[in-house]
Design a protein around this ligand. Structure first.
Ligand SMILES: Cc1ncc(COP(=O)(O)O)c(C=O)c1O
Length: 400
């Protein structure tokens, strides 16, 4: 039975736990950088479902890979070998270029972080986990314990013991905290809190302090991988981690989480100490192989870097009293406003462009990485129009 949009909203609202601020449209179809709602209205997707549909929607190669694999073998527990998982591991290793040679599989970003924290404790025999203020690493207990934002944490205390948040970008605080710690976990570009890039000096400094203290350096690249104009965001600095978490973009929207570690860390993780029933399943790995083969194309990063910079320049050229700052790296971009971003997002949605918030005051753009300049120009125009429509004060919001 075909549900009407009213039906969809009513049904979800009747049964959901109210965890999300819902947007008032039901998305039912996607193709390339576009999504359609149940009424047939088309939207330019400038958020790729929070950074996952990097090749756009219904990408033919990904769809074909899923269909082929679904007809052959969907699940295969990791205690058995599997051809598709092996091929995915090979493809991921080619992108990693030898930095972190050992892979474990889960199903989400939070799971990848969870594994990373466990491996850090197992490999060092130490307990303390250091992260940064405003960091976002996920909602499971371990990931939440290293997440900085109080609003995500307060209903669930007590969280893990021995976790400490230090200011992002402050090497003195890192040096003071990392002695005797198991690990430092950091996003090379903080995503959820508003797209703030770590400086190269900061990442090099963390690497040096970790080397001096024996703590492990974990990069959380769940959101940044493939999106910043380098395959991995840490490559902008060249300061390599001991452990890295990956998830969102790896299979163009199918659920996957991967934790990659150095040989030194892998050799210290006890056999049987971690695992996941669904992790590394062939269906997701097939989608992953198709996705990574596009990411590996020679011009992929250059495209992301060039169109991302043009977009950021275009946003920076907008003069409007509501804008505090536009910032970004590649196609990970945010404009921080002097007021709540929701009415602007709502206005853009009304005009057929979907962006997302970061924190409460940022309009964040995480478009599919295949977008062309014309899409981004249109998005910037709609954003500028939305700013004009929305007043400077909360009560002035005029958008539907
Ligand atoms: C940097 C980072 N780590 C971890 C996560 C958690 O990922 P998931 O929502 O797949 O659990 C996110 C999600 O936004 C993220 O941005």
């Amino acid at each position: 039975m075909q549900a009407t949009e009213r039906g969809i909203v009513e049904i979800e609202d009747e049964f959901r736990i109210p965890l999300y601020h819902k947007r008032d449209i039901a998305l039912v179809r996607g193709e390339g950088p576009y999504l359609w709602d149940a009424q047939g209205k088309r939207y330019l997707d400038m958020m790729s479902n929070y950074g996952v549909a990097i090749l756009g929607h219904s990408h033919p190669a990904v769809t074909a890979a899923i269909v082929e694999q679904a007809g052959r073998l969907v699940s295969c527990h990791q205690s058995f070998y599997n051809d598709t998982r092996a091929q995915f591991s090979d493809a991921l290793q080619a992108l990693l270029r030898g930095t972190l040679r050992h892979i474990s599989f889960g199903n989400s970003g939070a799971e990848a972080v969870e594994a990373a924290l466990k491996y850090a404790r197992a490999a060092t025999g130490r307990q303390r986990l250091i992260s940064t203020k405003r960091a976002y690493h996920g909602r499971t207990f371990g990931a939440l314990s290293v997440t900085g934002e109080q609003k995500h944490r307060e209903s669930f205390a007590p969280l893990l013991d021995c976790c400490e948040q230090i200011p992002f970008g402050n090497l003195e605080a890192a040096r003071a905290s990392l002695t005797g710690a198991a690990a430092m976990i950091v996003e090379p570009v903080q995503g959820e809190s508003g797209v703030r890039a770590a400086s190269e000096e900061y990442l090099h400094g963390l690497r040096r302090i970790c080397d001096d203290t024996g703590a492990l350096l974990i990069y959380d690249e769940v959101q940044t991988a493939f999106r910043t104009g380098r395959t991995f965001a840490f490559e902008h600095s060249g300061a390599a981690p001991d452990i890295m978490t990956l998830a969102k973009p790896l299979a163009n929207g199918l659920p996957i989480g991967v934790t990659v570690v150095s040989s030194h860390v892998a050799s210290a993780i006890p056999l049987g100490s971690h695992g996941s029933t669904f992790g590394g399943n062939p269906l997701v790995c097939a989608a992953g192989i198709a996705t990574l083969s596009v990411v590996a194309e020679p011009n992929f990063n250059r495209h992301v870097s060039e169109v991302g910079q043009t977009f950021l320049d275009r946003l920076r050229a907008i003069e409007h009293p509501l804008i505090r700052e536009a910032r970004g790296l590649g196609l990970m971009v945010a404009v921080e406003l002097k007021r709540n971003a929701s009415p602007v997002l709502q206005c853009m949605q009304h005009q057929g462009v979907l962006a997302i918030p970061a924190g409460s005051t940022c309009v964040r753009f995480l478009p599919p990485l295949i977008v062309e300049e014309e899409h981004l120009t249109h998005a910037a125009e709609v954003f500028e129009e939305a700013l004009k429509t929305v007043g400077e004060k909360e009560e002035d919001a005029r958008c539907p």
